[in-house]
Design a protein around this ligand. Structure first.
Ligand SMILES: [Zn+2]
Length: 342
């Protein structure tokens, strides 16, 4: 249903990320609801009435509409038009909230837990719209809120939302949507049909969830809070130095970017200009398949960079590995700081 290593039970964060980071989206409402729940941080058993959810939910949508007018794949939406009206000053806050209660939750509350064919095993709320006019928070959400990674989830949801709406906004053939990494600014960007650049989101925020919040190499916990020791670095799996050795700009592709703790990246015994071991190459393949599972637009980007079929992508990595190894002659793998996470 969604990626999980081996037979390990999906964690509560896996369930949440399954909802927010994977699956196809036809509207951005799922992201708005996810961000609203993270903001409100309700306790187990709390009833959130639609009237109380509507102000924060509509605020997330109106904010996004300011920079990306397309918030779904269907043509017109009375609800989104009301949100646009609010941004234009022709709809009041009260009118916006009442329209949100009436129209804004029609599909999202039912569909929130759905990923591909079925619902994730852990539900974060029960739909009590008919009996109590809202949603009832479950123990799973309280459990999620207790996790050390909880504070990173809003940034992950925001990054995913930005990627999806950018793909919709570009309105070009899916095959042409490509997300690139700027190593200096550490942002992901796209080029539109006229080759104009648009910064989409922080590379860290976009990549973190697909590594489940752990250092790619040693599985130490990482956090998206700047200034902390656990703040990760954006690392090139195949070292950046290869760019100058005939490997070219392909090195900067999202397929080759992972988040690493400071120690792995440049601590004593860090990776530097070494090639990670074959075990870690296998992990890169797994991570890249996670990115492909995230769909539009990272799926298309990864496929364009490494191949349409899974077997071809494996072959691409293998071939790259052999060439990089012949060029750099050093293999590297750190001591694991915890059990495998993916
Ligand atoms: Zn590490």
């Amino acid at each position: 249903m969604y990626p999980s290593a081996g037979v390990r039970e999906p964690t509560i964060e896996d369930n949440w990320r399954g909802i927010v980071l994977y699956g196809r989206n036809v509207q951005s409402y799922k992201f708005a609801l996810a961000k609203s729940l993270l903001d409100l941080k309700p306790a187990e058993g709390d009833l959130i009435r639609l009237e109380d959810l509507a102000p924060i939910y509509s605020r997330h949508l109106t904010e996004h509409l300011k920079t990306a007018d397309k918030q779904g794949t269907s043509g017109s939406s009375k609800f989104l038009d009301t949100c646009r009206g609010f941004n234009a000053g022709t709809v009041s806050q009260t009118e916006l909230v009442s329209a949100t209660v009436k129209l804004g939750f029609a599909n999202v509350i039912d569909a929130f837990h759905r990923v591909q064919q079925g619902d994730v095993p852990a539900r974060f709320y029960i739909d009590e719209r008919r009996s109590n006019g809202g949603i009832r928070i479950t123990e799973n959400f309280s459990l999620l809120a207790e996790q050390p990674q909880f504070s990173d989830l809003p940034q992950e949801a925001e990054a995913r939302w930005r990627l999806v709406e950018t793909a919709w906004e570009l309105k070009v053939s899916r095959a042409l949507v490509s997300v690139d990494h700027d190593p200096d600014a550490e942002v992901l960007f796209t080029l539109d049909g006229k080759r104009r650049r648009k910064n989409v989101t922080s590379s860290r925020d976009a990549l973190n969830g697909y590594q489940k919040g752990y250092c790619f190499y040693c599985f130490d916990g990482i956090h998206l809070e700047k200034g902390k020791d656990s703040f990760p670095e954006v690392d090139h799996f195949f070292p950046h130095t290869l760019k100058q050795q005939g490997f070219g700009p392909v090195i900067d592709g999202v397929w080759n970017l992972v988040l690493a703790c400071k120690e792995c990246n440049r601590g004593e015994g860090g990776k530097f200009a070494s090639v990670p071991t074959e075990k870690l190459l296998g992990r890169l393949n797994t991570r890249n398949e996670f990115l492909i599972g995230s769909n539009h637009p990272l799926k298309e980007t990864l496929m364009a960079q490494t191949g349409d079929q899974e077997a071809g992508r494996k072959g691409f990595l293998r071939d790259f590995y052999n060439r990089a190894w012949a060029s750099l002659l050093h293999r590297w793998e750190p001591e694991a700081k915890g059990p495998p996470k993916f």
